[in-house]
Structure formats: structure tokens, C-alpha cells
Design a protein. Structure first.
Ligand code: PAF
Length: 284
């Protein structure tokens, strides 16, 4: 496995790969790899000739007071896990390599970035789309693998690639969960034992909302309030949003239409750790 710390090395490596007629699968991450990331690498390895992982804790997507400096950076361990999961090349740039001067150009996706995470973290998505656009430009033509755990991010990045005609096919990959249902996230490492146990409420709440829809509830407001009430009943959780949305527009439908599919999304704070989760639900 080749490790590149400069854009030129990484771009050159992938240009050579494509010149040989081979396809590239890109997995952008901020490191602290867990089984969710490894499943992205395995999907890329199954569908592409060469798997490229990027590890960069992007300062642009953290607001002041968020966990940028505390974000885990276990690079040696990440490299071992990445190689075992099939990565052929890893891009680990420094901040100075990615942002040699403060950026004057940022990428903003309208609409999809407004609700939920966008409302809770107003500068977050411009930071994400700006760095992902840079990574797509550096990597070139590829399939890029993103987890559905960050469902809004996946929608936003997919729209960016479409609107900007980037030569990238964004591939959604399912959420990987712990055995008790907690969605895997690098931020789970921050949880103490009590918060770790309490955090399972997010998935339970979403499942309770899904059960309501399966039982025939067609009012998204009633479902969202039920999801929120399950989270509120957990004393260690400070609930954020709970939403029922159309997966394409991320807007709340006025009524749940039989035969359609909706996405339930919820967040909560456990101690100082903010976690998010979501679930796809078919409307009977
Ligand atoms: O999901 C993440 O880890 C990050 O938001 C991403 C896509 C790597 C951009 O920094």
C-alpha cells in the first residue's frame, strides 16, 4: 500500500492507474477508521481495480468550539486497518498541503444543506463540499463511496457531483451498526460507559417511528414527535432534531404516501458527544 502526503503524488498515482485502463474507488474519510469505513473500502475493492483512501481531518467543516483538536487521529492503526481492508493507496495530507493559503473559493449546495445538520451547524456543509470537491479534483475520475450514516452529507455530495459535472459516481453504502444497534461512528470513542449504553436510544427511537409507519400512521409530524419522545425518555440524552423526510429532497412530506419510502433522521447529545442516526422506512 502506497502512502502519499502530497496532492501531486496522489494525483500521479491515480493518473497512472487510469492510464493502464484500471478503475479507481475513492473512500474519503477523516480517519479513526471503524467497521463502517472498512465496509466502504471493501465495497470499493469489490467494484474497482484500485482502492484509494483519504484521511484528512478537515478544519473547514468544524465550527469554533467543536471537536477539531480532540478529533481522534490514530494514523498507524488506520494504515494497518486500511491495508487489511484492501486499500492500495492512502492520501494523508497535512493542513498546509490541502490549504496552503486560506481558501477564497468555497462550494455551497443550496437547499439540501438548509435543514437538520445545516440548521444545527450552519458552516458545516460548505466545509464538507469544499474539501470533497478538492478531493474529487485531485483524485480524478472514480467511484466515491460514502456511508448512509451521514445521510444528508451523502445527498449533498451527490448533488454537488451532479451539478458540477464532476467525473465521479457517488456510491451510497449502508450503515454498519454495533450488535446493540448503535450506528458506527468515530465519535462513539468519546462516549463513557453510561453514555455509550444510553446512545442506543437513537436507533430504538427510529425503529419505534418505523413501527408506527408500518402500522399505518400517515402523518409525518406524529411519527417525528413519537421518535423525539422516545429519545426524551432517555435521561442521558439531550435530543436534537427528529425528522421524517423525502429521501430525495430532504423535505417533510405533508402526508406519507403508500408505496413511497421515507427516511427518519434523529440526533442527540450524550455528554458532549453529538450523534446522528437514520433509517429508511417503506410506507405500506
Ligand atoms: O464523512 C466524513 O468523514 C467527512 O465529512 C468527509 C466526507 C471525509 C469530508 O471531510
Amino acid at each position: 500500500m502506497q502512502v502519499c502526503s502530497t496532492k501531486a503524488e496522489f494525483r500521479g498515482f491515480l493518473d497512472n492507474v487510469r492510464a493502464l485502463g484500471r478503475t479507481v474507488g475513492l473512500v474519503p474519510t477523516m480517519g479513526a477508521l471503524h467497521d463502517g469505513h472498512l465496509s466502504l473500502l471493501r465495497s470499493a475493492a469489490a467494484e474497482c481495480d484500485v482502492v484509494a483512501l483519504t484521511i484528512f481531518v478537515n478544519p473547514l467543516q468544524f465550527a469554533a468550539g467543536e471537536d477539531l483538536s480532540a478529533y481522534p487521529r490514530p494514523l498507524e492503526r488506520d494504515l494497518e486497518l486500511a491495508e487489511a481492508a484492501g486499500a492500495d493507496v492512502v492520501f494523508t495530507p497535512s493542513n498546509a498541503e490541502m490549504y496552503p493559503v486560506p481558501v477564497a473559493t468555497t462550494v455551497h449546495v443550496d437547499g439540501l444543506t438548509a435543514p437538520m445538520e445545516g440548521a444545527a451547524r450552519p458552516t458545516h456543509f460548505d466545509g464538507v463540499t469544499t474539501v470533497v470537491a478538492k478531493l474529487f479534483n485531485i483524485a480524478g475520475t472514480c467511484r466515491a463511496y460514502f456511508g448512509e450514516k451521514d445521510f444528508q452529507q451523502l445527498a449533498v455530495v451527490t448533488r454537488m457531483a451532479f451539478d458540477l459535472d464532476q467525473p465521479v459516481t457517488v456510491v451510497p453504502c449502508p450503515i454498519i451498526r454495533e450488535t446493540d444497534g448503535l450506528a458506527m461512528s468515530s465519535r462513539n470513542a468519546y462516549l463513557d460507559r453510561a453514555d455509550r449504553e444510553a446512545a442506543t436510544v437513537l436507533h430504538r427511537a427510529l425503529r419505534a417511528g418505523a413501527a408506527m409507519i408500518s402500522a399505518g400512521e400517515t402523518d409525518p409530524g406524529i411519527v417525528a414527535r413519537h421518535v423525539a419522545s422516545v429519545i426524551e425518555a432517555e435521561p442521558l440524552a439531550s435530543p436534537g432534531y427528529a425528522e421524517v423526510v423525502d429521501p430525495a429532497t430532504l423535505e417533510t412530506p405533508t402526508v406519507l404516501v403508500p408505496g413511497s419510502t421515507v427516511r427518519l433522521l434523529a440526533t442527540a447529545l450524550f455528554g458532549s458527544t453529538r450523534l446522528l442516526d437514520n433509517l429508511e422506512v417503506p410506507v405500506p
